[in-house]
Design a protein around this ligand. Structure first.
Ligand code: CP
Length: 336
């Protein structure tokens, strides 16, 4: 990716290591604004079209927050039923119309490939907020940003990382995108733990092997792993043919403090893209881990704002102007 300005962000396949480092460096520079130590109006007058045709809390609100923190305004459309897609309008037409109302668009849709199809009709940059079981590139970038930060505490780097991915690796788009990004690094060890029916798709396994990484695929959480990162996922029930089918796998890979102590190192970082399914029958990441300092899930969500601010600034070509439009914060804030 030679330049971000004016370009869509649809897939992690667009990124090389230089592009990732640029995103991370701009994201880092956004911290004082996200922490309300100062504010910027660099995107004053700009409009984000935030189109979420599938449920979301983090991605939708953090895209909106990131844009607001840069001084821009947000117009939202949520739910298929509330848009003219429900009347048979095509993604192309929707994109032609809404790109006339916005300077940039973030979009989530349940069908794989739909955001790319939408982008073909858009006259402004489109950021993929998740397209079915396919990809979630901004989540992968914030996950990688978090991994880098967490490893720095342990004097480690992403090169040489050992990551255990657990749960629904078939339908979980975040693990697909993250695995593809990790293929750009060196000597990564993947331990993939899932029921056989929910195993990582073959094309991702091939990408991992082609990158020369070490790969272990298993359906059991066993022994004491020397993983640096334990990346837990949710059973993506909305992608299963039926609830009964999803129920077969719910709760298969719970993680609580005692299971964590048995299978992981004392410094293993616990990640999850969220939402975690906290219902008793699933309890995939128990509340008894909430005080574990290695639980990074809420650092991930905070980092999501920084990474999405960086992507907006880069895509709209203002990454070097942010501080020129700085203003003081005059209200009480306890974020810094
Ligand atoms: N991680 C993530 O995509 O969360 P939401 O579904 O809440 O956006």
């Amino acid at each position: 990716m030679s330049s971000f300005t004016g370009n869509h962000i649809l897939s992690v396949s667009q990124f090389d290591r230089d592009a990732i480092e640029l995103v991370f460096s701009v994201a880092q520079s956004m911290e004082p604004y996200a922490r309300r130590q100062k504010r910027t109006t660099v995107l004053e007058g700009a409009i984000l079209g935030n189109l979420f045709f599938e449920p979301s809390t983090r991605t939708r609100v953090s895209f909106g927050t990131a844009f607001n923190l840069l001084g821009g305004e947000v117009r939202e459309t949520t739910g298929m039923a509330n848009s003219a897609l429900a009347k048979g309008e095509s993604l192309y037409d929707t994109a032609r119309v809404l790109s006339g109302y916005s300077d940039i668009i973030a979009m989530r849709h349940p069908a794989a490939g739909s955001v790319a199809e939408f982008a073909e009709g858009s006259r402004v940059p489109v950021l993929n907020g998740g397209d079915g079981a396919n990809e979630h590139p901004t989540q992968a970038l914030l996950d990688l940003f978090t991994i880098k930060r967490e490893l720095q505490f342990n004097n480690k780097t992403i090169d040489g990382l050992h990551i255990a991915m657990i749960g629904d690796l078939r339908y979980g788009r975040t693990v697909h995108s993250l695995s593809k990004l990790l293929c750009l690094f060196k000597n990564v060890r993947f331990t993939l733990i899932s029921p056989k029916e929910l195993a990582m798709p073959d094309y991702i396994l091939e990408a991992i092997e082609n990158a020369g990484h070490s790969l272990k695929v298993t359906d059991q959480l066993e022994g004491n792993m020397d993983a640096d990162i334990c990346y837990q996922t949710r059973i993506q029930e909305e992608r299963f043919p039926s609830q009964d089918e999803a129920n077969k796998y719910r709760g298969k890979f719970r993680l609580n403090q005692s299971i964590y102590t048995r299978h992981f190192q004392s410094k293993t970082v616990i990640m999850h893209p969220l939402p975690r399914d906290s219902r008793t029958e699933a309890n995939e990441l128990d509340n008894d881990l909430n005080l574990n300092p290695n639980l990074a899930i809420f650092r991930q969500t905070d980092n999501g704002v920084l990474v999405r601010m960086a992507l907006f600034a880069l895509t709209l070509g203002v990454e070097n102007l942010v501080s020129q439009y700085e203003k003081p914060v005059i209200w009480y804030s306890n974020k810094s």
